[in-house]
Design a protein around this ligand. Structure first.
Ligand code: PHE
Length: 477
């Protein structure tokens, strides 16, 4: 059987943007921004998207297009090593973890489209959300969302993913622009815009080390990095076109949607007097829903808003399901329908656990996802930099323009050396925070090392060990 491929270049770009644009932009981004100082967070986040996100995206593209395989097959084929093949299976686990909680939130969103139309939550948004978030009804809506996801993936790359995202992405953009215009026209919207777009540099300086890991986690999540989605999507690329141009377009569009989402959410929250503090994970479902209830045309706006979020969530969830489906199809030669049905069976169970147990949900959606994505991306970066080496440079250059070509070697140093050190640092800090480990200040040769510096030293040491262990004849670095 010949492997599927995208029909058009724009089809690939929109599918990848569809994967990137999702609950990460519309739900997680305003929440993270409100917890980390507004515009100060935005600034750090934009820097990380540029410095880590774009090069990382290119690394996943290079691995996917070179191998034309799912993440497991890609690492296995390109390395011929048992260790990398075993590591590849982590991405199947990551996909399961991601879609399990994502589908629960997707279910909430579906429910809110209907509840906005009927005004079901208008009387008391907080109580309404608390009544529906976990439990047997949440399971039912999760299954509905999962069913919609599966229906698209079942139809395959061109007829399913490509045609669905080609319709969804323009709809999302148009609706968001309309909502932003509405939000900005509200009395008191200006304070929200200020909070979101005018950085407080004093805050930034004082809290930089807390903002950094949060911004890094958000950048990976929103660009769908570290899960193997972008490897999988790039594996369906037929001809040679510039990965650099496509990757830049994808990251830019995703950022535009994230910023637009902030311009929708913050003016509405401030106009209502809820302020940024009403952010939090329930922001969308409690504070923002409350704003719809209190403001003119709330029902219409509510349906439009949750409709956008539903479309965006769906164009991302299909990219999560596609990872394990492509794995079964490529590696075990099963048919697409069988592969889809098998994983729907898995997700039906794992998602239901998240829909029933709030503690499981929070752990899975927070710490576990952050660590898996960070660890996964470090794996891809080291693979491109040290295992593929010259092959990665060749693949990067294929179809690239002059400017992009001249950046090939610096790119390889960035993905092979600099970015892994940075990500290992956020990984180590994340694990320590999850386990509640704190390190007392140490004094080494008269220099005092606080916790951050200890972690930094540990990270550099770990990275150097990895570099030495991974060096191969083809390594350029
Ligand atoms: N980028 C998606 C979002 O912002 C989430 C996602 C993460 C999708 C990883 C695929 C892989 O919602």
């Amino acid at each position: 059987m010949t492997r599927e491929s995208w029909q058009t270049r724009i089809g690939f770009i929109l599918a990848a943007v569809g994967s990137a644009v999702g609950l990460g932009n519309l739900w997680r981004f305003p929440w993270m921004t409100s917890e980390n100082g507004g515009a100060a967070f935005l600034l750090v986040y934009l820097g990380i998207v540029l410095a880590v996100g774009v090069p990382g995206l290119l690394a996943e593209f290079v691995i996917g297009r070179r191998s034309r395989r799912n993440p497991v097959g890609a690492l296995s084929d390109l390395s011929d090593s048992k260790g990398w093949t075993a590591f590849g299976h982590v991405f199947v686990v990551t996909a399961v973890v991601l879609l399990s909680f994502y589908s629960v939130v997707g279910g909430w969103i579906l429910r809110y489209v209907a509840a906005s139309a009927t005004g079901a939550y208008f009387a008391d948004p907080g109580a309404y959300f608390a009544g529906i978030d976990y439990g047997i009804e949440a399971v039912a809506f999760h299954l509905a969302f999962l069913g919609a996801t599966a229906a698209i993936v079942l139809r395959g790359v061109r007829r399913g993913i490509e045609s669905a995202t080609k319709l969804m992405m323009p709809a999302i953009l148009v609706l968001l622009v309309g909502l932003a215009a509405w939000g900005l026209s509200l009395d008191g919207a200006g304070a929200g815009v200020d909070f979101f777009l005018t950085p407080d540099f004093g805050y930034l300086r004082a809290n930089f080390l807390d903002i950094l890991p949060a911004a890094a986690g958000q950048a990976l999540f929103t660009l769908s990095l570290g899960a193997g989605t972008m490897v999988t999507y790039a594996s369906y690329l037929g001809e040679d076109r510039s990965l650099v141009a496509d990757g830049t377009a994808i990251a830019t569009l995703n950022t535009v949607v994230g910023v637009l989402a902030g311009v929708v959410v913050f003016p509405i929250l401030f106009a209502l007097g809820a302020g940024a503090g009403a952010g939090g994970p329930g922001a969308l479902f409690v504070s923002l829903a409350g704003a719809f209830a209190a403001l003119p045309y709330g029902q219409v706006v509510g349906v439009a808003f949750f409709g956008v979020v539903a479309l965006a969530a769906l164009s991302s969830s299909i990219s999560m399901l596609e990872i394990p489906v492509s794995f079964l199809v490529d590696e075990y030669g099963v048919s697409r329908p069988t592969a889809t049905a098998s994983f729907v069976g898995v997700f039906a169970v794992t998602g239901s656990v998240c829909a029933l147990y709030p503690n499981v949900f929070s752990f899975v959606a927070g710490t576990l996802v952050d660590l898996l994505l960070t660890g996964g991306l470090v794996g891809f970066l080291l693979f491109a930099g040290w295992v593929m080496g010259r092959g990665a440079l060749d693949e990067y250059r294929r179809g690239a323009g002059g400017l992009a070509r001249s950046l090939a070697t610096p790119w390889l140093y960035a993905v092979g050396v600099v970015i892994p050190v940075f990500l290992v640092f956020t990984f180590v800090s994340g694990v320590a925070a999850a386990l509640g480990v704190t390190v007392e200040p140490l004094s080494v040769l008269g220099v005092t090392l606080d916790q951050t510096r200890v972690f930094a030293v540990v990270s550099v040491a770990l990275a150097v060990v990895a570099f030495l262990g991974l060096r191969r004849p083809d390594s350029v670095l």
